[in-house]
Design a protein around this ligand. Sequence first.
Ligand code: AMP
Ligand code: GLY
Length: 426
Amino acid sequence: MNILLIGSGGREHAIAWKLAQNESIQTIFCAPGNGGTKHEIKCKNTEIKPDDFDALIKFAKENNIYMTVVGPEDPLALGIVDRFENEGLKIFGPRKDAAKIEASKAFCKEIMVAAGIPTAFYSEFTDFEEAKKYVLEKGAPIVVKADGLAAGKGVTVASTIDESIKALEEIFIDKVFGDAGNRVVIEEFLKGEEASFLAFTDGKTVIPMVSSQDHKPVFDDDKGPNTGGMGAYSPAPIMTEKLYNFALNKIAYPLVKELKKRNITYKGIIYAGLMIDGDNVKVLEFNCRFGDPETQPILMRLESDLLEIFDACINQTLDKVNIKWYNEPTVCVVIASGGYPKSYKKGYEITGITEAEKLGNVKVFHAGTKFEGDKLVTNGGRVLAVTARGEELKSTIKLAYSSVEKIYFKDMHFRKDIAQKALRRL
Ligand code: AMP
Ligand code: GLY
């Protein structure tokens, strides 16, 4: 059978790589994919854009696609699942009404409050002057969030009042996020350490994945501006068994039940971004898809078949599935283009991937890469996600970084402290 996988990042390369292990799958068509999926086992890239639903539906019908899998949030928020289902096509991911947990921060907050899910105190605004009055009243630090999807750039953690007002001006007056900034959520600043809690759900049963932790700031020691994620690892020792059970029973299940009350059946991935301060856990955000780069270290620990899990989510038979994981830890180091997350150049030749993958249980997932003829070149901010699985954390970190050292492209940069927080905790 054939699969259609939508997206072009490291997350999608990891999903494709994992799905390819299913013996019944013949071809995984990646729309549009990247330099990594172009030569991945069983994979073929196809030049259709993730928002061209008509072309994707036509492709699915013409290529005997058994299931379409959606990687990124934008097509989900635009209702790709509803469109495919209306055509009688099988697709993995939440429908438009359910994807709103990520597509609207105001909706997400409202659901959390109704469901009793712990989250930062907040107010929402559609007017600049009122929002400004509120931040002047509350004081800094304070967090300003554009309501809609803003490619991960819509959140400002303001350490001063001036910074928060500047963020409000950009959103309301300069309209830098367009309609995504018609509404703003302003919330209390939370301190603590972040972790990602991801789970599969069929709208009735929730099965958590192994824990993970992302590294959002661009430089070591969490310095510099936020990125999509500069590295991740699994498991995250900060997620103790107690916190893990809390996240399942007091966060994920209440979310699914609250949505159900509103006639919204959530099928797909639930991603909760958590802020942990001792025993105190609060949800920063929900995403309606796999995390990037968390997916790379998480799927490298997945022993079970991924297609079977996706099928069970769609068929609402997740209660019959037993998901198995490898105990060994995984560490993923993202190599980025010079300048990222600000402006950067593309088109630099990449070398050393084959050598990197020879060092052990290492997989170099591609994000922003493409082929120019036979030459692999950079094609994005986050370029590669070098992911290693080892016996214990310390040697796995070493394996990941030894592999990174084999890789070269001009102006590349990466964080040198991925998973150090876990090491300190152990
Ligand atoms: P979000 O997209 O809502 O997860 O926000 C992006 C990032 O901003 C998070 O990963 C946190 O690092 C930071 N952040 C968001 N909300 C808060 C908050 N209330 N307090 C502190 N940091 C926050
Ligand atoms: N790694 C953060 C995200 O996927 O949203």
